[in-house]
Design a protein around this ligand. Structure first.
Ligand SMILES: NC(=O)c1ccc[n+]([C@@H]2O[C@H](COP(=O)([O-])OP(=O)(O)OC[C@H]3O[C@@H](n4cnc5c(N)ncnc54)[C@H](O)[C@@H]3O)[C@@H](O)[C@H]2O)c1
Length: 285
């Protein structure tokens, strides 16, 4: 019986992935910092006749990662699949985002998939398990945008680290994939924050962007399906959605062209567009 570990499985893409892998017969370890939503995912899996167990994990905490790895391997054996999915969004331009914003972003969106990969690949190689590591990155890895520079920097780092991991362990029977979604209908924006802003301003910004995001994004199950495909065929990088494919090819074709285009979307323009979209959609959520 296969075992799949999914971080950030209490919501969005992680939850959809947990449900999809459980439906395929895998026992899913639902890891999240949020115990309530993580346990909800376990109930949803049980409702779909699957097997899942919740374990709290703060992916920004290395000691927590080490304890978590020990626990998973002791209780369930070395897992077949690890999906490093947990992530956050912090908006704001380069000068708005504080050093604390950058540190938090890099710890969660970049370091955590690399730490998780290191710990579990070590167990896989020791136990000669031909496992698979999936790191959920973003099309942002190829878009040097001014409206959330720490986010795209962290995702680019996670993507590049995934490629280095694949170069080293791909030949040793370990699958390694990066998933790069475009806009997906999840709680990412609603749970996000605005760099450098006061608490109320940041919450208002996240609520507004979250409403628009919910309306425009596609289903998180599209990403879960891409993750399943990546594991089945050991795919290297899988963009999800038209804008993600465009970003992926455009950046290869001309980084300076992409930089020129993404540079047009300043934070003030993004705020205006979000306000208009929010009004147009009748103040959704
Ligand atoms: N939604 C999108 O449009 C989109 C696009 C591209 C990439 N992504 C990436 O997909 C991944 C999943 O995000 P989502 O869109 O499903 O968002 P989401 O907010 O719905 O889910 C993120 C989950 O991660 C958990 N989490 C946050 N910080 C954590 C921590 N320190 N430790 C453990 N868990 C933590 C949250 O509790 C939540 O359950 C993220 O890495 C995100 O960057 C999302």
């Amino acid at each position: 019986m296969s075992v799949t570990v999914v971080t950030g499985a209490g919501s969005g893409i992680g939850r959809a992935t947990a449900l999809r892998f459980a439906r395929r017969g895998s026992t899913v370890i639902v890891a999240d910092i949020d115990e309530r939503t993580g346990k909800e995912t376990v109930e949803l899996v049980a409702g779909a006749c699957g097997r899942a167990v919740f374990r709290r994990l703060d992916v920004a905490d290395v000691a927590d990662w080490e304890n978590f790895t020990d626990w998973v391997c002791a209780e369930y054996g070395v897992p077949d699949v690890l999906v490093n999915n947990a992530g956050i969004l912090i908006g704001g331009g380069f000068l708005e985002q504080t050093t604390a914003d950058w540190r938090r972003m890099i710890a969660i969106n970049m370091m955590s998939p690399l730490i998780g990969s290191r710990l579990f690949v070590q167990r896989m190689t020791e136990a000669a398990v031909a496992g698979h590591i999936v790191n959920v990155c973003s099309v942002g890895a190829f878009l040097p945008t001014p409206v959330g520079p720490s986010y795209v920097t962290a995702k680019a780092g996670a993507w590049f680290g995934t490629q280095a991991l694949r170069a080293e362990f791909g030949k040793q029977g370990i699958g390694v994939s990066a998933i790069c979604p475009g806009l997906i209908r999840t709680n990412l924006a609603a749970n996000g924050s605005r760099g450098g802003g006061d608490e109320k301003g940041s919450a208002d910004w996240a609520a507004k962007l979250g409403g628009v995001h919910q309306y425009l994004g596609r289903s998180p199950d599209r990403v879960a399906a891409a993750i399943e495909r990546a594991v089945r065929w050991n795919l290297s990088t899988v963009p999800v959605g038209l804008e993600a494919w465009l970003g992926w090819y455009a950046y290869r074709l001309s980084p300076s062209l992409v930089r020129g285009v993404t540079g047009l979307l300043t934070m003030s323009l993004a705020d205006t567009l979000t306000d208009r979209a929010h009004k147009l959609l009748g103040g959704v959520r």
